[in-house]
Design a protein around this ligand. Sequence first.
Ligand SMILES: [Zn+2]
Length: 562
Amino acid sequence: MNLDLGFPVNETLTRRVVDEIIALAPEGYFPGDDAAIRASSSARILSIIASQCGIPFLRRIRDFVDPVLLEIFDPALLNRGLFVPIARDRSRFYFAVVNPWDTTGEDAISSRFEDLEPVRVLVPYAEMIPLIESVSGTQGPSRNELESIEVDERSEEKLYFDINAEHEEPLARLVAKILSDAIRLRASDIHVKCGIGEVTYSYRIDGDMGMRYPIPMKLKNRIDAFLLNLMGLAPEERVKNPGISGRFGVNYLNRSIDIRFERHRTYRGYHVTMRLLDKAHFEAKLGVGSLAFDPATLFELERVMAIPSGIIVMSGPTGSGKSTTLNAMLRELNRPEDNILTLENPVEDEIPGVIHCDIRPNEFKAMIASFMRSDPDIILMGEVRDLDSAELAIEAAITGHKVLTTIHTPRASQIIERFEQIGIERWKIAQTLKAACAQRLIKLLCPVCKVLKPRLLERDVRKFNLDDSMRDVPVYARNPEGCHECQGRGYHGRAAILEIIPITARWSDELSKGTLSPYEMEREVRRDGRLPSLRDSGLALLREGRTDLEALSKSIDLTNSE
Ligand SMILES: [Zn+2]
């Protein structure tokens, strides 16, 4: 039995927790200990542990925490001991802990406030983290500290970088700040660029590039070398290679996050892109979070996944979340009896039980033969970008495999034409393509600061050919000032919307004979109006007040309403 609470719980205590859960349930309600644990929320388990340890359990503390006390302790210390001060009176100092056995908080408080009795409460990990985050990340090194760095190159082996550790070296603290701010702000990428007389870093959040922050020019080479060091590469590599790719990991509040590193030599120096491969993002599940599609879309997606063989293509521009959705589909399809292979460049997310192949463009043909010999049931191919990859998808589908892949086209129906451009005959793709999908990510309004507009502007209604009914719907718009919750951006998070065109036997036949064009097929789908479309799903988000017209019209072409 494992309670999996993020801190050690011995057998005696685990036994007591399970006994208490079972004792309170109706007779015979749980078939076994594991079922009792699975059916209990972590809050329920924590409250039992707290009562066994003789300390109170509080689910929510953020409204009671004294902000002045929160600033007293070094955030690195709060991170390490996972504790936060809550309040104090004349004789006691109240603080919250995540792990009842960790004494870091108690020691820190006793040594600082000798006359006060430290009093603990237990809180869930998820409650603690935002509080610690609210004070950490702002403590980067001062400009003076950065300027005083001795610029000499040393090589240190560091494949894993602990962001929360207390780094002595100001440069390490700067990198820790850049990385921890990125994670806290939920950025997908960090860019470090050299310009004329300046080095800057910036974040991409929800698809938008944000402000650029300066780094002193004299650290240009030092920070470059530091980052290469994180991957165990010597600084000389940057002279030898115009492009360097690599990976390193960071540890952030007990969570490990992989970072994919790309560095290109540029006229002014270099351009580094670091993509944050956060597990939370990859473990995205259909139906929840950013993939919380409406029931009609989910139903069509389930139907598509039930197709025994053929090609399922997801189209959309870069950054439209195509691979996140395909990976979520693959997770749903992942059954022990199926042999699943992926061909990716690079492999981003490893799914247990799935065989991932990291494939380089020049090895493509050579790998196909051996690949097919292992007889996979389902193949996920990162992208169809050339004749080799397109032929592989067709070949695999003809021989009875299910192929999931992505392609760069704006609309779902254009997938067929894109295959033709690459060099595949129309009939071949018409007979193997089973579903053409398109996806976009729509920025969502910050629920805290969004502003109510009484109605849409008449001009917008006409420009975007909106339905008459839209005239009477109250809509929301972004607050240009933003608020604390959205870091002044006015948007918070994104939702995926999907367009799905299942290629029926009749369409497949007509498309191969050439009696129906992909565009006519799309119009027929629209006239029928039963299948989810980007436009309808996007407008539904607008009607629900979850996005605004500006965000929507940037991601999908609303002017085209055919
Ligand atoms: Zn806001």
